[in-house]
Ligand binder design. Structure first.
Ligand SMILES: *[C@@H]1O[C@H](CO)[C@@H](O)[C@H](O)[C@H]1NC(C)=O
Length: 494
């Protein structure tokens, strides 16, 4: 195949793939998958380059390949949201670089053509990298973290910190923006693309928007000094002067360096600051082996049942799904994951995860049967098993599973398919309960009173994942068909 034809062919293919519009930041597993694919792709690609003619390209490519081989287990790396953000940004830059500078030099590649076609990748979009940065900012807000807290394990360079700052700035979160710009200024080196001038400008501007005027003025002056030094002897940067003069007439000084301590009950619960499980309350809670009221399938293998809360009654079942079953569920789900919605067809920051409703196959059917056995409810009228992987800073804000107008999700059975090292708890803000994800366990509660009205105490949320890769599976059981299993009552207290 001639060089030209090949290039045209590849470009077409590439574009078709990119246009498919996959989202990465809302599922850390998808980033890990892309990482593995990028590595494979680079390997084939490097074989493809004609050594005699593009020696420099080859060395660039090999270096690139090398940079993708330090972490053998991408899933492990994705535990850390900062590492996930970095990797996503890196992959976007690298793939764009390959497309621009390496691909045009490609020829004599026929023997690898099929393999390359099979491995062509989607380039993460700018929205993905912004979304990932936004996830980091959300983590900071909820867990009250300074940039230096969040980058302890994996640090960001000046350009990355600057980017996170810009995203915060665009979102109107000027305090966080300011702290990131400051962090970036600290890390500035001769290799940074970000300039000191840009940083000083944004430091001054974000401090101003935050209302911290002396700080705004300080950085404004720094900027002015810099500009004067650059353009001496004519320091007529009018814009900066005007801004400074105006600022001097205003007075207010919220402390931009200290993160605010006011927050909602939801956020306090996520941070583990609230625990309503007093000793008195604790005595009402219990632990036992259950056979689901004498269900034959559970007689010889009773489930470990733990009452996590009494009102609303929240029960934890331990060891109800094996690691192998979890692996199978993940494998089935991976290729089908897409951004989770709130309501029909709506995507929101309110919920950052990817999910799929799994049609019945052998494993799924077995799990569904187990849910029916354990809860004693009919799953005839339930939704498909809903598998979900969270993204960078992924969360689900407080919500009810049952909607007022439809009243159909009588109960929720939530299976934890992974442990989460820090964050990612399931919290019930109205009652002050936080449930820790524990791989292989599940929690169960009724969303509706026996009268059919929504139990308002069942409002719950998924806290942002601070460290770890969170997978869950939900089974929403519907009201229809439960007449004899959970009789109705007029009382709103049952
Ligand atoms: C899941 O998929 C991976 C990768 O394709 C494979 O190696 C593994 O054996 C699968 N696991 C199960 C339990 O099917």
């Amino acid at each position: 195949m001639a060089v030209k034809e090949l290039t045209v062919f590849m470009v077409c293919f590439w574009i078709v793939y990119s246009a498919a519009g996959h989202e990465f930041f809302s599922s850390t597993d998808q980033i890990a998958q892309l990482y593995g694919k990028t590595k494979d792709f680079l390997k084939v690609f490097s074989q493809c380059i004609d050594a005699d003619n593009v020696e420099t390209m080859k060395s660039v490519l090999l270096n690139l390949l090398l940079s993708y081989s330090d972490s053998e287990n991408p899933e492990e790396a994705m535990r850390n949201p900062v590492a996930a953000y970095r990797l996503l940004r890196q992959m976007r830059n690298d793939l764009i670089f390959i497309e621009k500078h390496i691909k045009p030099n490609l020829y004599q590649c026929e023997e690898y053509q099929d393999e390359l076609d099979a491995k062509l990748l989607e380039i993460p979009q700018l929205e993905d990298v912004d979304g990932a940065a936004s996830g980091l900012i959300r983590l900071q807000e909820i867990y009250k973290l300074h940039p230096e807290d969040i980058t302890k394990e994996t640090s960001l360079n000046a350009d990355e910190a600057y980017h996170v700052g810009l995203v915060a700035y665009d979102e109107g979160k000027f305090q966080h923006a300011f702290l990131w710009f400051l962090d970036s200024l600290d890390r500035l080196t001769e290799y940074s693309t970000t300039t000191e001038e840009e940083l000083l400008h944004y430091l001054s501007s974000s401090a101003y928007h935050f209302g911290s005027l002396p700080v705004a003025i300080y950085f404004g002056q720094q900027l002015l000094n810099l500009v004067i030094n650059i353009f001496a002897p004519d320091p007529s940067n009018d814009e900066v002067r005007v801004q400074l003069n105006w600022l001097l007439h205003l007075q207010s000084n919220p402390d931009i360096f200290t993160l605010n301590t006011e927050s909602s009950n939801y956020e306090a619960l996520c941070r583990g600051e609230v625990d309503e499980r007093t000793s008195k309350r604790q005595r009402a809670l219990s632990c036992r082996y259950s056979t689901g009221g004498g269900n034959p399938r559970l007689m010889y293998a009773p489930v470990k049942e733990e009452v996590e809360w009494d009102e609303p009654r929240i029960i934890r079942y331990h060891d109800i799904i094996s690691d192998r079953e979890i692996e199978i569920l993940k494998n089935i789900s991976r290729p089908q994951l897409s951004r989770s919605q709130i309501g029909k067809g709506t995507v929101s920051d309110f919920r950052t995860s990817q999910s799929v409703f799994l049609k019945e196959d052998y494993t799924v059917a077995r799990i569904n049967q187990r849910i029916a056995d354990i809860t004693g409810l009919s799953i005839e009228s339930s939704e498909y098993l809903h598998v979900q992987n969270y993204g960078i800073g992924g969360r689900y804000e407080p919500h009810y599973d049952a909607w007022d107008n439809e009243n159909e999700r009588i109960a929720t059975f939530l299976i934890y398919m992974s442990d989460v090292e820090i964050g990612g708890t399931t919290v019930f803000p109205k009652v002050g309960v936080a449930l820790q994800p524990e791989k292989g366990s599940a929690v169960f509660w009724y969303n509706l009173h026996k009268s059919g009205t929504v139990d308002l105490k069942t409002e719950h949320a998924g806290c942002p994942v601070l460290m770890g890769n969170k997978w869950v599976a939900n089974k929403w059981i519907h009201e229809y068909g439960q007449v004899f299993r959970r009789p109705c009552s007029l009382s709103d207290r049952e």
